[in-house]
Design a protein around this ligand. Sequence first.
Ligand code: UDP
Ligand code: MG
Length: 331
Amino acid sequence: MPDSSSDAARGAPHGPVLSVVVPMYNEEEALPIMAHRLRAVLDGMGERYEVVAVDDGSVDRTAELVHELRADWPELRMVRLQRNSGHQAALLAGLMRADGQYVVSIDADLQDPPEVIPEMLRRARNEALDVVYGVRADRSTDTAFKRGTAAAYYRLMRRLAGRHVPAQAGDFRLLSRAAVETLRALPERTPVLRIVVPWLGFASGEVSYLRGERAAGETKYPLSRMVRLAADSVTSFSAAPLRLPTWLGLGTMALSTVLVGYAVAGYLSGRTVAGWASLFAAVLFFGAVQLLCLGLLGEYVGRIYTALQGRPAYLVAEDSADRDPAPRRAP
Ligand code: UDP
Ligand code: MG
């Protein structure tokens, strides 16, 4: 995990029950409204909590505002990243440093309503869940473009990563201490949380909510970042795309047998230019061979990639021979 300092196990018994991680990048407009609403919810829960504001290298007054808020909100904590590192990285930084027994991550723009947090905690406790996803019941406040791309994204991810990836679940979710520790123990440096978390296989539930409109300011996710998240998601989860040339090569090979037959027939009938049939056959053949060789390279690169990623082949939930059975441990 990419946390260089203070990576001792957290979640001390006297620490907060709940940590709320809020990544923020240039959120000076949304921050005051957000802080007000979040605080009202958290103070009303009657639990020990902390709010981990992760300032992702904002160039506006976000950091200043957090410091001002801290003056009379002792539960507010500030983790300021050295420079803008992106939403996923900021989230991860907050998760790695949160001390609570439960950790909720939420956007700073109030698109994820803080009022859902008590319900998430209640479900986690009552049903002994380690993960509670916030699932968007309705995205009518998002643009048609955002909805379309999101639908395609979740379809693709479910296809690649399996059915356990909940559709329409973004990064508004609750994780138990056990889940956070397992995440922390993964050697992967740039996990895409919304795919890796379901992959961990913890008992999970869903809480649906209405995704609101951005309270203020504008989206920090332009198209280029969306494309990057999608590319990261696919390549971080599977080496399947590397297998594409193999399939293309096999397809070309099959097609070329048919086409070579056609060329030979043309040659035999004498209705073609001299040399055409042999050139045609050679181009097809070598095209297919090249694709297959690329596919072969892809297979090896894929294996290297998987090994490098170091994601364990399995995670042990329990071993009855263990003296001190922690509920769930990373191997
Ligand atoms: N964010 C961040 N770093 C970035 C971009 C965004 O920490 O480089 C934060 C942002 O402040 C917000 C959350 O990530 O709290 C989600 O971003 P945004 O609302 O812009 O995305 P959208 O809801 O449009 O997908
Ligand atoms: Mg948003």
